[in-house]
Design a protein around this ligand. Sequence first.
Ligand code: IPM
Ligand code: MN
Length: 366
Amino acid sequence: MAKIAILPGDGIGPEIVAEAVKVLKVLDLPLEMETAPVGGAAYEASGHPLPDATLDLAKSADAVLFGAVGDWKYDKLDRPLRPEQAILGLRKHLGLFANFRPAICYEQLTHASSLKPELVSGLDILIIRELTGDIYFGQPRGRRTAVDGHFPGADEAFDTMRYSRPEIERIAHVAFQAARKRGKRVTSVDKANVLETFQFWKDIVTEVHAQYPDVALDHMYVDNAAMQLVKAPKKFDVIVTGNMFGDILSDAAAMLTGSIGMLPSASLDKNNKGLYEPSHGSAPDIAGKGVANPLATILSAAMMLRFSLNQPQAADRIESAVGAVLSAGLRTPDIWSEGTQKVGTREMGDAVVNAIAKTTKGITKS
Ligand code: IPM
Ligand code: MN
């Protein structure tokens, strides 16, 4: 019996996670699910965004299904108490250094993309974002007053961008191995023309590449990568990059697929234990309205079955079912277009459940 920690979080988190849980249940697998509060919800309940009990549950589970955290109302709290610290803490404490963010454009949604259909039709790229290093976690960081500041007479704030050799090596291996299973091309995104950290990144990725002669490697500056993503996104296969560049590029890539509400993600440790979450945030503006798109979370549950729970056929069933409901014309407002049927969060989840119930085990993508 595999144990899954269910951490719904804030904003639309509980609504979308509820739909993914329904989908997992209909698959009738030997799964035990245990729910715990995280983010702002946990802060309200116990004064901390990542309570020990929640962290312990996540550590003891075989996989974590995570919703989203954050709300503007917590912006004034001290940083360690803000909801975002929960996801950052989980990533760090669980050693989840490898973040997979696939950007796949479903044929049915090519018209929902902000780019011309021919630019995104058939799009299938994989962003691999390093998740536990870089400027997100580098020390020292902080604020200081004018007295010892670097700009005479002014207060200042600072963060530290840094990467160590093993951190870059391990994510480079993940990227080359992932590329081997698909288009066999890796684009390493850096800012080596300006930053020492990313010259080091580029050198080490190049070194590791020597072990993968069957995979093509090219390097691209992050500004150019941002441009290429909106100019000719299909040129990419696997993109590997640092924590901050990956954060930014993956949002841009998500939008190519029609909506960030479609984009799942997996964050893995060295043993493929993982945390699975939609790439989007908590969207407090639409929370509680029943209109959020649950598909990114449902697709994250599919990734969980494939990567951490060794249930690839169950993952296929979820993905086929999502394809079937899209083909049937069901759309949450974020992906709605003329001629399709607008549905809410729960109806979308129910439709996926029904589509799964209709399939038999082992059916592949429709
Ligand atoms: C993401 C989010 C997080 C990040 C925030 C909520 C800390 O934007 O998962 O992309 O910046 O990593
Ligand atoms: Mn982000």
